[in-house]
Design a protein around this ligand. Sequence first.
Ligand code: URA
Ligand code: SF4
Length: 214
Amino acid sequence: HEGAGKYLPERTALPELREAARSCRGCDLYRDATQTVFGAGPERAKVVFVGEVPGDREDTTGEPFVGPAGGLLDKALEESGIDRGTVYVTNAVKHFRFVPDERGKRRIHKKPSRSQIVACRPWLVAELHAVRPEVVVCLGATAAQSLLGADFRVSKRRGELVELPAEVADGVKAVAMKAVATVHPSAVLRAPADERDRAYSELVADLRVVAKVL
Ligand code: URA
Ligand code: SF4
């Protein structure tokens, strides 16, 4: 497999991208997953949220962020004053990656590899070029690695308004597109009980930085 590049359509509006992504075989993840989970939301969204990879529920429904992480994201958006109906949500990698548990009953989410992130990146960049948002929010290290580079450290620079590399932002908008990185909502869900409230508040605080520039 050599990445998603050769599956990109000539017309790069969202409906064409979404349709073409259905038959992507740019890496081996398409084989075991149910379907491509493309981004969702208005084509004119001012903000794009980028997660990591679809989860179990997203894989079966075909929609991003509809499982537990999506529920937490919805709540954090509301609390930070960002209207969920006006945002576009997507993932760095568009097919579910999982391993079966020991009894073969559940599918356990697995982090995408660096090569899978690179393989799937053309879809993400094409989505950003189609939507042309004012701000891109990287939810967690995978999205940040894909868009802001391997050296970017979410723990050090979360909640900061940063520039996107020219190669991503190029031709996207007259006004430069900005990015903000924060933690992944799943990290809040996984935090130990006594740290969860603080982790959630910090996520909301980062999202308020986004709300302010919209
Ligand atoms: N986690 C993600 O990163 N993306 C989803 O769509 C769901 C869970
Ligand atoms: Fe294509 Fe991305 Fe799916 Fe890999 S994960 S097959 S690159 S859409």
